[in-house]
Design a protein around this ligand. Structure first.
Ligand code: NAP
Length: 511
C-alpha cells in the first residue's frame, strides 16, 4: 500500500509500517485495526496475546480477517521465541494452519517450525522469522541465508542489540538483501531504535510499531504515532540524510523532537535519531557510511569526541569540549554552539539592561559542572571580573585556575558585588522547583540574571529576579538557541526557531 508523497522520492522498495496488535480479545483487536490511520500500512495480529482459546480464537480471527481494511499478518509466537503461547507446539501450528484458511495476507512462522507447519493455502504468504533475544550473533549472514532458503516469501531477523555497535550489521544486511528479497531485519532494545527507523532507508519489507506506549510486542518498539509524527517514517528513503544525538543515557533527550520538527518545518529530507553510545570512535566509524551528516553530542561524550575530529573551531580547541559534529565530504568538523548561544543570550540581556560593554562588568557564575565550564570559558577575558562560586569549592577553584578567574564558596555570595549572575547548577530544576541557588536578597534592580535550568522555563530564581527588577535570560532560550545554531551549522539554512521553541514548550508541558 503506497502512501502519498512517497512515490516521487522513492528509490527502492516501499517499507510498510506494521502495527503489532497485542490486545487481549479479538473485538479489541478489530477496533484497534479500524482506528488506525492509513499510514499504518499493515497490522500484525498477535494471536498469542489473545485470551480467547481454540474455537473462540479462530472465530475472533475470522471476523477480523473478513472485515480487514489493510493487509494482515497472523503470528502466534511461542514462549521459547519471546511470545506468550505456552501450549503444545502441535496446537499452535494447528491454530496457524486454521488461521490461514481465513485469508490473512501473511503468516509469520519461526525458522525451526516452518517445515512442521507445511503448505499454506494459496494467497497467504509466509514470513519465516529468526529471533535472538540475547544478542546479535556474528553469523547474521548465514542465518539470513537459512531463513531465506526455508521457503520464505519474506525473510525476517530480529536480534537483540546490546550496544549501538550491534546495529550497523543489521542495517548492512538490509542494504545487501532488501532490494532482491522481501526482508525484515531489526535490532531489539533501546539501542536498536535506529534500525527500526532506518529500515525505510534500506527498503525493508516493513518495520514494526506498537499501538501505544507500553503495548509493544518486542522491546524497543516505538508507537506508530511516534514513528510517523516524530521520525516521518513514510518519507524516509535511500536518500534521507541521518542526524542524531550521541549520549548515554539518551532516552529523555529532547533533541530528536526539536530537530525532527525543524527538518519537517523546512521540508528537509533528513531524520534525527537518538544514539545511545558507549564508544564514540567506533560509532562514528560505523555510522558514517549510513549517510551520517551531523550529531549533537552531550553527556558523557563532549570531551571524548574532540580528538576524533579532523578539524575543530578555535573555541572547541580552547574548551576541549564540543556539542556539534558536522560530517561533510568525509571530514568531521567539531564545534560548540553551547557557548556561543549562551553568550548571545547573555549579551542580549546585558544590552537590554544597559550593561554593555561586558568588559566593564563583574559576573558571578554559580556552578562548575558541564554547563558552568562552557560558560566560564566563553566569558573568560570578556568580562572585567569573573567569580566562580561552587558548592564543592575545589572544583570551582580548579576551573577558575584554568581560565584566570576568582573562586569562592556559595556562602560567600552575599558579600560579593556583581552585575551579572549566572546559575549553572541544577538547583531549581524540576521537580525541585521551589529551590533556588541564591537568596533573593542578593538580587538588585538592573542586574542581569541568567539561569541555565530550562525545566521549568521560569525558575524560582528567574521569577524572583524579575520581581527584583533584574533583566532575565532563561535556559530555555539557551537550549533553543544552541539547537538552532546546530541546525544552521549542518544545513546552512536559517533555523525555524519559532517551531523549535514551540516543540520544546510542548515537551516541557507534557513532562
Ligand atoms: P553537572 O555537570 O552535573 O553540574 C552540576 C552543577 O550543579 C555542579 O556545579 C554542582 O555542584 C551543582 N549542584 C548540584 N546540586 C547542587 C545543590 N543541591 N546545591 C548547590 N549546587 C549544586 O550538570 P550540568 O550539565 O552542568 O547541568 C547543570 C544545569 O544546567 C542542569 O539543570 C541542566 O539542565 C542545565 N543545562 C542547561 C542547558 C541549556 O541549554 N539550557 C545546557 C546544559 C545544562 P558540585 O560541583 O558541588 O557537585
Amino acid at each position: 500500500m503506497r502512501r502519498p508523497g512517497r512515490a516521487d522520492m522513492e528509490v527502492g522498495p516501499v517499507t510498510r509500517l506494521c502495527v503489532s496488535l497485542t490486545e487481549a480479545c479479538g473485538a479489541d483487536m478489530l477496533r484497534a485495526m479500524h482506528g488506525l490511520p492509513r499510514y499504518a500500512d499493515i497490522v500484525e495480529l498477535r494471536l498469542d496475546y489473545l485470551q480467547e482459546q481454540g474455537a473462540a480464537a479462530r472465530s475472533a480471527l475470522q471476523s477480523i480477517c473478513h472485515s480487514k481494511d489493510r493487509p494482515i499478518i497472523v503470528t502466534c509466537r511461542p514462549a521459547r521465541e519471546g511470545g506468550r503461547f505456552e501450549g503444545p507446539e502441535a496446537e499452535r501450528l494447528d491454530l496457524l494452519r486454521r488461521a490461514a484458511t481465513h485469508g490473512p495476507d501473511y503468516v509469520d512462522v519461526e525458522l525451526d517450525s516452518v517445515s512442521a507447519l507445511g503448505a499454506l493455502p494459496g494467497g497467504t504468504r509466509r514470513i519465516v522469522s529468526y529471533h535472538n533475544f540475547e544478542r546479535t550473533p556474528p553469523e547474521l549472514e548465514d542465518i539470513y541465508r537459512r531463513v531465506a532458503a526455508a521457503g520464505a516469501d519474506v525473510a525476517k531477523l530480529a536480534v537483540r542489540a546490546l550496544d549501538i555497535l550491534d546495529t550497523p550489521p543489521v542495517l548492512a544486511l538490509l542494504e545487501r538483501h532488501a532490494a532482491s528479497m522481501p526482508t525484515i531485519a531489526l535490532s531489539m532494545g533501546e539501542e536498536g531504535l535506529p534500525t527500526r527507523v532506518l529500515a525505510a532507508k534500506y527498503g525493508a519489507f516493513l518495520s514494526y510499531a506498537s499501538l501505544a506506549p507500553g503495548k509493544g510486542s518486542a522491546d524497543g518498539q516505538v508507537p506508530y504515532e511516534e514513528m510517523e509524527g516524530l521520525y516521518r517514517f513514510s518519507r524516509i528513503s535511500r536518500r534521507t540524510s541521518v542526524y542524531g544525538v550521541v549520549a548515554n543515557p539518551v532516552a529523555h533527550s529532547m533533541s530528536p523532537a526539536i530537530h525532527n520538527a525543524a527538518f519537517a518545518e523546512v521540508g528537509l529530507d533528513a531524520v534525527y535519531l537518538p544514539f545511545k553510545v558507549t564508544d564514540p570512535a567506533a560509532f562514528l566509524d560505523a555510522y558514517e557510511r549510513h549517510d551520517l551528516r551531523g550529531l549533537s553530542v552531550t553527556i558523557p561524550h563532549k570531551e571524548a569526541m574532540v580528538p576524533l575530529m579532523d578539524e575543530v573551531d578555535e573555541l572547541t580547541a580552547r574548551i576541549g569540549a564540543l556539542n556539534t559534529v558536522t560530517v561533510r565530504n568525509g571530514r568531521r568538523y567539531g564545534s560548540n554552539t553551547d557557548v556561543a548561544a549562551a553568550l548571545a543570550a547573555l549579551e542580549h540581556a546585558a544590552r537590554q539592561a544597559g550593561l554593555l560593554p561586558l568588559e566593564r562588568r563583574a559576573a558571578l557564575l554559580v556552578g562548575a559542572g558541564g554547563a558552568g565550564r562552557a560558560i566560564a570559558y566563553g566569558l573568560a577575558g570578556r568580562v572585567g571580573r569573573l567569580i566562580i562560586a561552587n558548592r564543592t569549592v575545589w572544583r570551582g577553584r580548579k576551573l577558575a585556575g584554568e581560565i584566570g578567574a576568582e573562586a569562592c564558596g556559595l556562602h560567600d555570595i552575599p558579600a560579593l558585588s556583581f552585575d551579572i549572575l549566572i546559575n549553572t547548577t541544577s538547583v531549581g530544576m524540576h521537580p525541585n522547583t521551589d529551590e533556588t541557588p541564591v537568596a533573593a536578597s542578593v538580587l538588585r534592580p538592573g542586574m542581569v540574571v541568567f539561569d541555565a535550568v530550562y525545566n521549568p522555563i521560569e525558575t524560582r530564581l528567574l521569577c524572583e529576579a524579575r520581581q527584583a527588577g533584574c533583566v532575565t535570560a532563561s535556559g530555555f532560550e539557551w537550549f533553543v538557541s544552541q539547537a538552532a545554531a546546530q541546525f544552521e551549522t549542518w544545513t546552512g539554512m536559517p533555523a525555524p526557531r519559532a517551531r523549535m521553541a514551540e516543540v520544546v514548550r510542548e515537551r516541557l508541558s507534557l513532562r
